[in-house]
Design a protein around this ligand. Structure first.
Ligand code: GLU
Length: 484
């Protein structure tokens, strides 16, 4: 059997991290089996439609390296791939079900439906459309139905659920799922405005587009029995189903905006590497091997196994994402890091001096930060004189004699020819030993005066990058303005 899978988002604004995980698993599965990956836009709910949302989705899917073989932006033999361009089709299939007695017309007004709901609620029963009490094919005769339709009375088309039959299907991740027929509602297939519901359009399209595996989030599991009944009503073969585990906040509640970003674009804007982000997302619910966590997209494709996806929810742990991003920051070629950060620095109008200098700063600090975009805030003193100074550190390390010591040090280094890591380091050690003092008597004061901070990279690496003249100016400024 040839593998054909689809990612079927509704264009409601942005790509959710859960959506990216679904798209990614479909993609890994398709590429693993040399199958086809299809993008289908499910925009039947026009009230939720957001202008530009489809383009936005495609943009961030492509950013993540997920590409498609068929879709609205590519074409293919089974299109159009936008449901709003296929409305006539869904109507035709709904009518087919009416004709073979698997679906029926219902003419109830919203008031009547509301009354029914209240009645069922009051009796404490399971909510399901009450066929026998409403205005539909069970309670009206052919003539009445025809008249209502001819008069232009609004109607919906509902699926006639076989109550006496259990709905059973296999889920690749969850195993056998079984639901009692009398617990399934007579689902609306075609709405009174003539638009199909998600259920009808989804099943018709999955069938017509010859989808072999439906891989989607767990939130769609309750819809699947309805879909299975629809396939049966049409006499079509069901695709295989796989429902992916929910994404959770750290406190195990369902992943929500309130506890952090849920839009992929927010993570892009924050400077996460796409390799790190995709690697992280891929491991939300699945881990190929127990011994490591860093995988390239190609490795993920090679190793992907839908059967090994977990049933239980996956915690979206931002600390893990940061850790993973840091791993990529350590190992990426420096030129890639420059390409990644320069557009950002230019956008925020941050003066990074020049490319070569920025490169050296990144080399020095890449081991100490988790996200490249944090560089300006982590080491502002590498780009400008410090504006604030760690008070506690000053109190601890700036002793009575320190000002005089630093003044002497300034005079001494003025005479130094070379100023690089080795020369500044060797000179300072020699100089302080001659005074019968310890290295810490000078390095802590130098660090606070030059950087404003109590910690950072190696002091002499830092001083070497800053150049001697700048170091001298900072030391003088500190003595004159900060310590006085
Ligand atoms: N349109 C649905 C969504 O927004 C698709 C669910 C499915 O894959 O069947 O996620």
């Amino acid at each position: 059997m040839s593998v054909r899978v689809r990612f079927a988002p509704s264009p409601t604004g942005y790509l959710h991290v859960g959506g990216l995980r679904t798209a990614l698993y479909n993609f890994l599965f398709a590429r693993h089996y040399d199958g086809k990956m299809i993008l289908r836009i499910e925009d039947t709910d026009r009230t939720r439609f957001v202008e530009g949302a489809t383009e936005n989705l495609i943009k961030y899917l492509e950013w993540a390296g997920i590409n498609f073989d068929e879709g609205p932006h590519i074409g293919g033999d089974y299109g159009p791939y936008i449901q709003s361009e296929r409305f006539d089709l869904y109507r035709k299939y709904a009518m087919q079900l009416i004709e073979n007695g698997k679906a029926y017309y219902a003419f109830d007004t919203s008031e009547e439906l509301e009354e029914m709901r209240k009645r069922i609620q009051a009796s404490g029963g399971f909510y399901r459309y009450d066929r026998m009490a409403m205005r539909n094919q069970f309670t009206l005769d052919q003539q009445e139905i025809k008249q209502l339709i001819d008069n232009g009375t609004p109607y919906v088309i509902r699926l006639k659920v076989p109550y006496d039959q259990d709905v059973v299907f296999e889920d690749i991740i969850r195993g056998t799922v079984s639901v009692k027929g009398n617990e399934v509602d007579d689902q609306i297939l075609l709405k009174s405005d003539g638009f199909p519901t998600y259920h009808l359009a989804n099943v018709v399209d999955d069938h017509l587009m010859q989808i072999s595996h439906v891989i989607r989030g767990e939130e769609w599991l309750p819809s699947t029995p309805k879909h299975v009944l629809l396939y049966q009503a049409f006499g079509w073969e069901c695709p295989a189903f796989a429902h992916l585990p929910l994404l959770l906040n750290k406190d195990k509640s369902k992943l929500s905006k309130r506890q952090g970003d849920v839009a992929v674009e927010d993570y892009v804007a924050k400077g996460y590497f796409k390799e790190a982000f995709v690697n992280f997302i891929a491991l939300l619910g699945w881990n190929p091997t127990a011994d490591r966590e860093i995988y390239s997209l190609d490795e993920l494709i090679q190793l992907f196994n839908l059967e090994k996806v977990n049933k239980s929810g996956a915690v979206f742990d931002i600390n893990k994402l940061n850790w993973m991003n840091a791993q990529y920051l350590r190992s990426k070629p420096i030129d890639e890091l420059l390409e990644h950060i320069i557009p950002h620095l230019e956008q925020i109008k941050f003066n990074y001096i020049n490319k070569d200098y920025l490169k050296s700063v990144i080399e020095l600090f890449r081991e100490r930060i988790e996200n490249l975009y944090d560089l300006p805030e982590a080491v502002p003193y590498m780009f400008d004189k410090p504006k604030s100074f760690d008070e506690d550190f000053i109190k601890k390390h700036w002793k009575e004699h320190t000002t005089d010591l630093v003044k002497e040090y300034i005079e001494a280094i003025k005479k130094l020819q070379d100023w690089n890591y080795q020369s500044s380091h060797d000179f300072t050690i020699q100089w302080i030993e001659q005074k019968g003092m310890k290295l810490r008597d000078i390095v802590h004061p130098l660090r606070i005066a030059v950087t404003g901070k109590s910690g950072g990279a190696g002091l002499f690496e830092t001083l070497a990058l800053l150049h001697k003249q700048d170091v001298i100016e900072r030391l003088e400024y500190f003595i004159e303005n900060v310590i006085n």
